[in-house]
Design a protein around this ligand. Structure first.
Ligand SMILES: Cc1cc2nc3c(=O)[nH]c(=O)nc-3n(C[C@H](O)[C@H](O)[C@H](O)COP(=O)(O)OP(=O)(O)OC[C@H]3O[C@@H](n4cnc5c(N)ncnc54)[C@H](O)[C@@H]3O)c2cc1C
Ligand code: FES
Length: 276
């Protein structure tokens, strides 16, 4: 039986600098049997360990239809994330997982899909956006609204340009504060709502970003008539085991690592503490 506490080793096969504090790492299992066996669902996460430093959870940010290599996008904020940023192509990282429940996929076929991402909230959403684009005919309208603090904070800039050009996808982005080169929208992501003509009917919304952004977005969606069950988001808590054993991530009787990190707003409202 697999031991969920034992990391398996992956090699860094690509590094992309996304912003001044964020890098994406393309990872591949060192053992080919592990590579073949690795499957994940959109919205799941892994625990990534830098030997001698520690481990931390990161959302899987790549398309689960192509699992032979996979991506995490990491903002450097402390010891593990800064140690990850020092690593070079060819070096090894320990990983455990995939863990967590993941986003609904089959359950939302036939619906209009609205993604609202803020800053580094786009990576987990991307693990759902890409397989939905692979199965484009199974969904109605797909719309992505993306906001970041400044143009320098936008991640996946090349892919954003491709999304902008796609005919069967509506994509809009904005920044809170522009710079001399920025000719796009300025304002927080909710300022895009009127222009984006978002409609509540038959629509499921996926929201990821900093807690304050999630809070304002959900408030506005509720104001527009969206039902809490059709608003899906993710929760972040300090984690250790990642598998529902240590209790670090518990909110009441729910473990964010096991019952989450994906929750509908309806589920969030039932938690014993205010989470958004
Ligand atoms: C399910 C899940 C998915 C995540 N996905 C991503 C991802 O895709 N990309 C990414 O960059 N980060 C992600 N995070 C956050 C990431 O795990 C933390 O940034 C990381 O644990 C920090 O570790 P560190 O050792 O570098 O920082 P530390 O040295 O432990 O802490 C540095 C600073 O960051 C703060 N901090 C640490 N952990 C958290 C946390 N979980 N929430 C808020 N503040 C924290 C500390 O209070 C401290 O101020 C995710 C977290 C969870 C729970
Ligand atoms: S991280 Fe240990 S129970 Fe969730």
């Amino acid at each position: 039986m697999d031991n969920n506490y034992l990391p398996r080793f992956v090699r860094i096969v690509g590094i992309q600098t996304e912003t001044y504090d964020t890098k994406s790492f393309e990872l591949e299992f060192v053992e080919s049997s592990a590579k073949e066996g690795f499957r994940f669902r959109p919205g799941q996460f892994i625990e990534a360990a830098v030997l001698g430093v520690g481990e931390a959870p990161f959302g899987l940010a790549s398309n689960p239809n192509h699992p032979l290599t996979f991506r995490i996008t990491v903002r450097a904020v402390g010891s593990v994330t800064e140690a990850l940023h020092q690593l070079k192509i060819g070096e090894w990282v320990g990983i455990r997982g995939p863990f967590g429940n993941g986003f609904p996929f089959d359950e939302v076929k036939g619906k209009n899909i609205l993604f609202i991402g803020g800053g580094i909230g786009l990576p987990p959403l991307r693990s759902l956006i890409e397989p939905m684009l692979d199965a484009r005919s199974e969904f109605q309208d797909i719309q992505i609204l993306y906001g970041a603090r400044t143009p320098a904070d936008l991640v996946y800039k090349d892919r954003l340009l491709e999304w902008e050009k796609m005919k069967d996808l509506r994509f809009m982005m904005t920044v809170d504060v522009g710079d001399a080169t920025w000719v796009g929208e300025v304002g927080v992501v909710t300022t895009l709502f009127p222009k984006a003509e978002i409609k509540e009917e038959n629509t499921v919304v996926f929201v990821c970003g900093p807690p304050i952004m999630i809070q304002f977005v959900i408030q506005e969606l509720i104001h527009l008539g969206f039902s809490p069950g059709n608003i899906i988001s993710t929760l972040e808590r300090y984690m250790k085991c990642g598998i529902g054993k240590c209790g670090h991530c518990a909110i009441g009787h729910k473990y964010i690592c096991l019952d989450g990190p994906v929750f509908s707003y309806q589920e969030m409202m039932k938690l014993p503490e205010k989470v958004v």
